[in-house]
Write a protein that binds this ligand. Structure first.
Ligand code: F6R
Length: 241
């Protein structure tokens, strides 16, 4: 596990974009695992800049997002479909049909989870998985538990995640209570994992994930057993290490 420290969230984003850009240069048809939330926004901004500068080309790349809320229309401004469109997909040149986000509106959510895992396997697995981390240690929406769940699955969001994500919605009541998430197995099968954490509010969970026992109560702690994980932190997020 490598841990790199930066002075600002913008620099964390630049470092992550360099890693993703290098991945696309060395393997133009790379399979990228993508995340939503505040943490990757500077990364996506930098990737857009690199793309506009002619340095990074997404035309052969494939992406799979980590998660999506259940029963929220794709066109809703808080859906992860919409987030990815606004923050990245509308500004770079992925080929149509090469970007994937779980369908949280599928009639049969269990079948959708199985289909999503199969689609990743059929694409050859994820080359680089970008991750943020929740205040409770979740990666994707793998919430604190007494076990690690291997495959894509439907998750009941914890109260802490509902409260954390409430900032994007009109009210807490509007935050969906369920989501589809890649499982820990799918994340751990990625050839490389890049985890971003910025801000003082992530310092405690970063410390727990890196310094304490591997424990499904802090799902991100499992990443320490991954052979190729790079953690990019700003000084605030690293302040309790
Ligand atoms: C997002 C995701 C979540 C977030 C986490 C941190 O696709 O899977 O695990 O990465 O909740 O969110 P932010 O970056 O908003 O603090």
């Amino acid at each position: 596990m490598q841990v790199h420290l930066y002075d600002s969230a913008a620099q964390v984003g630049q470092a992550a974009a360099i890693l993703i850009g290098a991945q696309l240069i060395s393997k133009p048809n790379a399979v990228l695992g993508l995340a939503t939330g505040s943490s990757p926004i500077p990364t996506y901004q930098e990737l857009i800049r690199m793309h506009r500068a002619g340095v990074v080309d997404f035309s052969s790349a494939v992406s799979f997002n980590l998660d999506e809320y259940c029963r929220l229309p794709e066109s809703h401004p808080c859906s992860y479909h919409d987030f990815m469109h606004q923050q990245l997909f509308a500004h770079v040149n992925f080929a149509q049909g090469n970007t994937h986000v779980p369908n949280g509106n599928a009639a049969d959510l269990a079948a959708e989870c199985a289909r999503y895992d199969q689609a990743i396997a059929k694409a050859g697995g994820i080359d680089l998985q970008l991750l943020g981390i929740g205040h409770n240690g979740h990666i994707g929406f793998n919430e604190p538990s007494d076990q690690f769940v291997y495959g894509c699955h439907v998750v009941k969001l914890t109260q802490s995640t509902i409260e954390a994500n409430r900032r994007f919605f009109d009210s807490e009541a509007d935050v969906p209570r369920e989501a589809i998430s890649l499982g820990i197995g799918s994340i751990m099968n990625a050839k490389r994992v890049v985890l971003l954490a910025t801000g003082y509010d992530k310092a405690e969970v970063v410390r727990r994930s890196i310094r304490e026992d591997i424990d499904p109560a802090t799902q991100a702690s499992i990443l320490r057993t991954h052979p190729n994980v790079i953690i990019l932190l700003d000084r605030a997020a690293a302040s309790k290490l």
